[in-house]
Design a binder for this molecule. Structure first.
Ligand SMILES: Cc1cc2nc3c(=O)[nH]c(=O)nc-3n(C[C@H](O)[C@H](O)[C@H](O)COP(=O)(O)O)c2cc1C
Length: 332
């Protein structure tokens, strides 16, 4: 396979995205600060956290805040979830003024609070709903629609090809398969063979709709492996990007046949500080320090002897205290 070809632009309906290495939607993570860092590191398209269509229709303040664009985010996808179409038109009215590049529909969330409303991975049990949802959006707006889904609700009811067809029937312009069932949650291993079979299905049926893959993309090299093994059009980093926005720079280098730059402890420390500062701008100092705990633990993963840092950041509620805790990292 020609390595140059692994990294390429992607056409999603009327929109061209400059490359095929995306940041997946991650509730509790893909806020403005994190997306800013991932874009700087090379993510070609970023997704918001999932946004309730019903909350949008009600113009909930917290919901509307999720739609804000990062300053360096020229293109972005807003991910919506809904268990029915009741609020969809009102939600779209709210959404239009934010001019998202793509509207993505969440058909993969396994959380009971979401699935019991018929949303998230529950949609897998109801393919006609995704047809209806996509149809409504494409008739009400010119924004291309993508659909992110799992292989099925459980192993006995895997229906990702039928579900993909239902999304295409509605007019979807992109498909992302998280290659696990709802029952599997996030447990190892994602079944990449199903990505290949989805891509083949799309090709065999003559659709020019890009297929993206999600699941077990933990290292930069995994992007290349997934693209080579499955023939799909692009990848979405999820947990692999948490505590490691560098994964985008490295993955794109690898896909272009170049040697990826190694990431030093100092680079990670500087990234934590930048992340903290962006968090402070978005959420204020105290909340930023609290929110940064989970991110920082992820940044520190694999660096030996960091338990004292982890202990100190849990106590920190001010930027200075946080920086003090991180100081030890240069001397490691
Ligand atoms: C903490 C967390 C939050 C997530 N939030 C969302 C979400 O809001 N919308 C969505 O479609 N998927 C969400 N996902 C799923 C990821 O986008 C991705 O499909 C999944 O983690 C598989 O990729 P990975 O194995 O490479 O992490 C979430 C996953 C995690 C771990």
């Amino acid at each position: 396979m020609n390595e140059q070809k692994l990294y390429h632009p992607v056409q999603i309906g009327s929109v061209t995205i400059k490359g095929n290495v995306f940041l997946a939607p991650l509730a509790g993570y893909t806020d403005i600060p994190f997306r800013t860092l991932c874009i700087d590191a090379g993510a070609d398209l970023t997704f918001t956290e999932m946004v309730s269509a019903e909350g949008l229709a009600r113009e909930g303040e917290k919901t509307l805040a999720l739609l804000e664009r990062a300053p360096n985010e020229e293109q972005y996808a807003v991910q919506l979830f809904m268990g029915n179409t009741d609020s969809l038109k009102a939600a779209l009215t709210q959404l239009e003024s934010y001019h998202p590049t793509i509207i993505d529909i969440n058909c993969g969330c396994p959380v009971p609070k979401v699935t019991k409303t018929g949303a998230g991975s529950s949609m897998m049990k109801n393919p006609s709903l995704i047809t209806e949802v996509v149809k409504i959006i494409t008739s009400e707006s010119n924004i291309p629609v993508s659909v992110k889904f799992r292989t099925g609700w459980d192993a006995q009811s895997e229906n990702y090809l039928e579900f993909a067809q239902a999304a295409l029937d509605g007019g979807a312009s992109m498909l992302t398969l998280h290659a696990r069932t709802r029952t599997q949650g996030y447990a190892p291993f994602a079944d990449w063979a199903k990505l290949r079979s989805l891509k083949e299905y799309i090709q065999d049926h003559g659709y020019a709709v890009p297929v993206f893959g999600s699941g077990d993309l933990f290292k930069a090299e995994d992007a290349k492996l997934m693209l080579e093994q499955t023939g799909i059009d692009g990848v979405m980093f999820a947990r692999g990007a948490i505590g490691n926005p560098f994964i985008f720079t490295q993955a794109k280098a690898i896909l272009q046949g170049k040697e990826p730059q190694p990431i030093s402890v100092e680079m990670r420390r500087d990234m934590i500080i930048r992340h903290l500062d962006l968090m402070i701008t978005s959420f204020g100092e105290k909340t930023a320090c609290t929110l940064m705990r989970k991110h920082t633990c992820s940044y520190l993963k694999g660096i030996p002897n960091t338990s004292s840092v982890k202990h100190a950041i849990v106590q920190a509620s001010k930027r200075d205290q946080y920086l003090d805790a991180l100081r030890v990292l240069v001397d490691l």
